[in-house]
Write a protein that binds this ligand. Structure first.
Ligand code: NAD
Ligand code: LMR
Length: 328
């Protein structure tokens, strides 16, 4: 048996946290032979900490063999101490009629403070995955506070968008999701994101050829994927939680699985014409547990380039909105 890793999770008593923690403790995220110690961080609010106690009681009641300890805290310096993975979920969700960027004012501050503390107290090999919205820009804010941890340790989640796109292609083609490969998300976790269908395959053939409906791919497909979060809020009265927890499980699982090819939002470094300083959804290959390389070889036609330019502009605008938090 391996020695346990420490996994810090913020917003642990929230909707996503509730759906996520059993998946970490069961081995779905880090594998069936990797024990974990969960370091659960909540806001310093009595109601949230009380709810967290209930969540921990339920985790105990699952008797997960891989769960070697639970820490409950409202102090980030305790929760992130020696953490190998920091999963940053705790933040306000949007309500109906809001865009995710509307959350920047409130949520940006959380990631400023947490980025600093993680850099001070987390393990030397710490990796950070950001879910709280607007995820790309919050991730950039947290990374900007780190002096010790390099920026490629910080990724934000666009995997929910990738999974959504995969299912929409499968449904349209009338094929199982397992047949859909190489569908990647470029840009912001917002309606401007670009699910790049030109590289995708279904049953080993180009998705374009199988679907044979360019108008649908360029229009409704991009729209459904980009606006799926809002559709869920309209239907459920609350933002996605089970699917977000599942996507974060996939995000981290693939980041610790050497050879996995998947989408994460990472510091672009100028790939595909993105501003080098923004965190953009990009295709990556995992090169070692927790490390990845950006796949830069995909050809973009005029349509794809215009979509990337639009989502890049939004990321650059968000960056300007938080210039003060970034210390620019
Ligand atoms: P929620 O309101 O159910 O839970 C959020 C939890 O975070 C609450 O328990 C709250 O007390 C806690 N929290 C707030 N500030 C905190 C802090 N400073 N430290 C620690 N905990 C803190 O919300 P949710 O539905 O779980 O969503 C959480 C975030 O994830 C939202 O911003 C939402 O928009 C985002 N989200 C992102 C994606 C994605 O694909 N990137 C998908 C779904 C939701
Ligand atoms: C989602 O995509 O479901 C989440 O980001 C929640 C939201 O605000 O849309």
């Amino acid at each position: 048996m391996k020695s346990p890793i420490k996994v810090a999770v913020t917003g642990s008593a929230g909707q996503i946290g509730y759906a996520l923690l059993p998946r970490i403790a069961s081995g779905a995220m880090f594998g069936p032979d990797q024990p974990v110690i969960l370091q659960l961080i909540e806001a310093p609010v009595e109601k949230a900490m009380k709810a967290l106690e209930g969540v921990a009681m339920e985790l105990d009641d699952c008797a997960f063999p891989l769960l070697h300890g639970i820490v409950l805290t409202d102090d980030p310096a305790v929760g992130f101490r020696e953490a190998n993975w920091c999963l940053l979920i705790g933040a306000k969700p949007r309500g109906p009629g809001m865009e995710r960027a509307d959350l920047l004012r409130d949520n940006g501050k959380i990631f400023t403070a947490q980025g600093r503390v993680i850099d001070e107290v987390a393990a030397d090999n710490a990796r950070v995955a950001v879910v709280g919205n607007p995820a790309n820009t919050n991730c950039m804010i947290a990374a900007s506070k780190a002096k010790r941890l390099p920026s490629d340790r910080f990724t934000a989640m666009v995997r929910l968008d990738q999974n959504r796109a995969q299912t929409q292609l499968a449904k349209k083609a009338g094929r199982p999701t397992t047949e859909v490969k190489d569908i990647f998300i470029y840009g912001n976790h917002s309606p401007s994101m670009f699910p790049a269908f030109a590289q995708a395959t279904i049953g080993g053939k180009p998705a374009r050829q199988v679907i044979n409906d360019e108008e649908w791919l360029r229009g409704p497909f991009c729209d459904i994927v980009g606006k799926r979060g809002a559709a869920i809020i309209a239907a459920r009265g609350a933002s996605s939680a089970a699917s977000a927890a599942s996507a974060l499980t996939d995000h981290v699982h693939d980041l610790v699985t050497v050879g996995a090819v998947h989408s994460v939002a990472a510091k672009s470094g100028g790939a595909y014409g993105f501003d080098p300083e923004v965190w953009a959804g990009l295709p990556v290959r995992t090169t070692a547990p927790g490390s990845y390389e950006i796949l830069t070889g995909h050809t973009m036609d005029d349509f794809a380039q215009s979509k990337i330019a639009a989502t890049n502009k939004e990321l650059v605008d968000e960056r300007a909105m938080v210039a003060e938090l970034l210390g620019l």
